[in-house]
Design a protein around this ligand. Structure first.
Ligand code: AMP
Length: 400
């Protein structure tokens, strides 16, 4: 971070959208911890921090009278915990903008932290409203965006607000910076061989990603439910496996494109199959192109695990998005586990690895391997869009 924070009030967009239990206790504080280095930096350099974040989707779950459930969605739920983690008293303002917010921001002293109310209590937030953004901008001298998870949204606090700060008055926080650098390491001049491992439920969610990856990876390993659309399109019998019938043509086109561009695209040679979608189902192993009727592929098989692990271990840059099977069920988690282990072992041997996007992040966390991956992204949708080659509004707003 480059800005001189001495005596400045930094308006910081953080991602404190943490899960809460029914008593509003935080059940996973990863996101709050993720923002600490940036906040400590600002405070250590003599600045004060005014924090903005959303929490949940308050406008989707209105009270019966049509109003926002402020008790449930208030950002006050994070204040005590943040205060403990920072060892600093954290003030809270029960509005995002307005006279009270202005007064509390004005009175904030160097070394102090103020948390503003949930950004999504204001209807202008998700619309990227300029009036709201201007009111927010007036609270701080400089703007810091450390919320990568919402960088793909052109909201008032993530994007519009930045236009009220000049060059040199706005920058990324450490967390955001690390996310951007990790993605760029994969996208710009990566060390080769570059391998992408793509899994998860559906092809349709990842069409853009697959299209783009084929343009620049050396190896593309496909697993998870989406593999069966490819296998069926190739004339295989996939039984009751998850198939998107209308995506078979696309699957064939992607296979053809990979071939033309010299990309090694692997589909699982064998699958762990089950007679129903249940951890307690009967299971067996079958060739992925010959799954008996009434059975479904819920994980990659042992041959595929070996083949994938070998490609991964020989790679210098690895990108992983999406599990190889229904990893939430213990009996179908081995494929995802062995991929996670291979990625960790390649990383130990000097490869750069990026795990990004929802469930694969959950998988490496569940397997206790997160520390052995070069970068585990905090932003599911945002990372996916970045890797698809889209310009994220929250990033553009800072970089110009
Ligand atoms: P995604 O959000 O697209 O990354 O998909 C993740 C979900 O895909 C997880 O909940 C997995 O259980 C599911 N999944 C992975 N493999 C399969 C499979 N072979 N059949 C059905 N669902 C799967």
């Amino acid at each position: 971070m480059q800005i001189d924070y001495q005596g400045k009030k930094a308006l910081v967009r953080v991602d404190f959208n943490v899960p809460l239990d029914s008593n509003f206790n935080i059940t996973d504080d990863t996101r709050i911890r993720g923002a600490l280095p940036t906040l400590r930096h600002i405070l250590d350099k003599g600045g004060a921090a005014i924090l903005m974040s959303h929490l949940g989707r308050p406008t989707r779950k209105l009270l019966p009278d049509g109003s926002i459930d402020k008790e449930k969605f208030t950002l006050h739920h994070v204040v005590n915990h943040l205060s403990e983690l920072l060892s600093v008293k954290v003030k809270f303002c029960d509005e995002l903008v307005g006279d009270k917010a202005r007064k509390m921001a004005e009175e904030l002293q160097p070394g102090e932290v103020l948390v503003l109310e949930n950004t999504r209590f204001e209807p202008g937030e998700t619309k990227g409203d300029e009036t709201l953004a201007k009111q927010l901008a007036e609270l701080g001298d400089v703007y810091v965006n450390d919320a990568f998870g919402t960088a793909h949204r052109a909201h008032a606090s993530t994007t519009t607000v930045a236009q009220f700060f000049g060059k040199g008055e706005k920058e990324f926080g450490f967390l955001m910076d690390a996310e951007v650098k990790a993605a760029q390491k994969v996208l710009n001049n990566p060390q080769r061989p570059l391998t992408a491992i793509i899994g998860g439920a559906k092809v349709s969610d990842k069409i853009l990603l697959l299209e783009r990856l084929i343009d620049f990876v050396n190896n593309l390993l496909i697993g998870g439910g989406m593999a069966y659309t490819f296998l069926k399109a190739q004339g295989g019998n996939v039984g009751n496996s998850l198939v998107e019938e209308d995506k078979q043509e696309l699957a064939l086109r992607l296979l053809e494109k990979a071939k033309k561009q010299g990309v090694q695209l692997l589909l699982p040679e064998d699958s762990v199959i089950a007679d129903k979608f249940d951890n307690a189902a009967r299971k067996d192993t079958a060739n992925s192109l010959a799954i008996p009727d009434g059975w479904m592929g819920l994980d990659i098989g042992e041959k595929a695990r070996k083949a994938y692990a070998e490609v991964i271990r020989n790679s210098k840059t690895i990108l992983w998005n999406g599990p190889m099977g229904v990893f939430e069920m213990e009996n179908f988690a081995n494929g995802t586990k062995s991929v996670a282990e291979a990625v960790a072992s390649a990383t130990q041997n000097g490869a750069f690895s990026l795990v990004g996007g929802g469930d694969s992040v959950a998988a490496v966390n569940q397997m206790g391997l997160a520390d052995e991956i070069s970068h585990v992204s905090t932003g599911g949708g945002a990372m996916l869009e970045f890797l698809e080659g889209k310009e994220l509004p929250g990033i553009k707003a800072i970089k110009g």
